[in-house]
Design a protein around this ligand. Sequence first.
Ligand code: WTA
Length: 746
Amino acid sequence: MWLPCGCASKCVVASLSRRVFRSYFHVLGGRRHNIAAFMPESAGFEGVSDCSALQEFSVSNSESFWAAAARQRLSWISPFHTVQDCDLSRGRIKWFEGGKLNVSVNCLDRHVHTCPERVALIWERDEPGSEFKVTYRQLLEMTCRLGNLLRRHGVKRGDCVTIYMPSCPLAVASMLACARIGAAHNVVFAGFSAEALAERIRDAQSSTVITVNQGVRGGKLTELKKTVDTAVQSCPTVQQVFVAMRTENPVAMTAKDVAMEEEMQKEDVVCEPAAMDSEDVLFLLYTSGSTGKPKGLVHTQAGYLLYAALTHRYVFSYHDGDVFGCVADIGWITGHSYSVYGPLANGGTSVLFESTPIYPDPGRYWEMVQRLKINQFYGAPTAIRLLLKYGNQWVHKYDRSTLKTLGSVGEPINTEAWEWYHTVVGDGRCPVVDTWWQTETGGICITPRPSNPDAEIVPGMAMRPFFGIKPALMDTEGEVLTSNHTSGALCIAQPWPGMARTIHNNHQRFIETYCQPYPGYFFTGDGAYRSKEGYYQITGRLDDVINVSGHRIGTAEIEDVVNQCSQVAESAVIGYSHNIKGEGVYAFVVLKKGMDVEEMDLSRQLNDLVSKKIAKYACPDCIQFIQRLPKTRSGKIMRRVLRKVVEQDLNGLGDLSTLDDPAAVQEIIEGHRKLSDPTPMLPACPGFQRDDSEDVWLLLSPFNLVNSHWPPPHSFNWTSWYWEKQKDTVNILHRFRQTLEQSKRG
Ligand code: WTA
């Protein structure tokens, strides 16, 4: 039985059209809000009368602010004696030392005491309309049984358990069971390949893996257990794999496998919580950086939980009884902080979304909002952009009157998507909070709310720092930019409790990446613009990390895989602006000398390889085979030049005098033009759409997928066709050119 307990990118435009939006929720008949009612702790903060004063206080009296919040909002086994002991320049970050607590007790037991039958999780299963509710009492029971099971199988405090599961109550119980017995968890997104999973298991030195027999997403089954079987073959540390049954289909069990639900039934429903130190590890979460090797960011107990809880409560204005709908997968930090830890620490009701925005149709989110009566909806711009293309009828069909706040996360939200989210989805009633943060920051750092009742919200801007966050912009010399209406490297000037503490097994990399670039500051890797009014707008990554549909991926990771292909000499991968995914992946590939290969076949091979070694979302949207890469005389690839070629900004190529061989650029421009600019007037060819009025063929490729003819007026579902065909785009291009050649010859 499944439930055993019965139960922009870089080109964001700074000058946005300013449409002021004022909150309806804070302005009640023009009354100023009562700051002590808003945040009880603030009653003890001198001179704080409104939200912006509270923000200023939280930064200038950081210790008082966080100490009061930690006492008020967490249940401690023993109190902390030191609020913080941090030295950012040395990568030393410690909060609430001396304190002991248990995160699962904070997320479960204390709510079970007051409201055991309150719904903790609403599992929105892939199968439409088949939601499953789990109360706090049931979730505690599930967690305890699982905690006891793990203990009985030798999992100890300080061990690390890898969780490879889709969003579901048992995944949440697995995370909380680890927290209960003092083990760290390492959730790996269930879309990652066996090799990517294996790499993360090995790096985390996990001896225990928890998975499901099969995943179900968008009506399709994925063989998660088989993926784990393949992964553990190259993970000598793994001794046991717990397998839960998401579907009824049996899977082959090996000697290492344990039937999880069956074994859980045998366990006691009481499990003694471990008394954890504030700075003990709560979890590792791997994310991409600018090298080929993903980094396991480490979050600890008290500071992380407090920050997730406080941001969840105040950014979204979450109140008791609300239903919070974060649709991110639990495999990402958003799922950790806003599907699991934030809402549960606040005793909230959290939706776990297992499906996709377009399954069974593009009304999925809004039908779910109506059925589950969701009050706060938190999603990604890539999904909003996709749904916008399907038209308003899918939204209007459903009652969204329960919605109070709409959130956006993971990548810049363009003005068009923001406006649509606000006016169509939220009927112009709900504040849209564009939340900027990272795996490293643990929780939301820059966001329009909380703020004073009449404070404006500018579309597409993250705007204001959260409590305790002091942003700083740096110039190219490493100096702090003090003026407004300026852009620079985004740093955070003082520590906050939610920040990551280190990179697992590599503190030196942590220091080099985040602490050394601007000594004394935490460097985010993002660029930002600060407007005349002092509002922040994120302008995109400054390193070689790209953001595909809200998923971070290092270009070096993809290059490493492409370069493993025996025909490939070298490659360079860049991100380019993509209408739906935010950024697409463009690979320039140089073949080894004398290789006689069919480019089309090789493109397919390379896509398969990336999918196998990393995940489907990392596959190149376009592969261009070239003779040589543009390099400086010292051998450095000039990615700037490649980006300009792909953006078709040839005037912006800049100074090419340092190039080893300037002719390389001309070849690349020519090759790109051929790939992206199919000649009109051709016979029919799959992947193309005829536009007789213009007398042209429109190519459905990353280059012009979304054009004025989108979506086509037929019932045919072109968008899902597009996603299906995504990896075939390059092949289609080749086929198209072959057809062109033939027709010319004919
Ligand atoms: C990007 C996701 C613009 C940014 C929570 C950051 C954003 C990276 C926004 C972190 C936003 C996240 N506006 N860009 N509102 N939110 N990003 O670690 O580049 O998966 O550094 O965390 O996503 O991605 P991560």
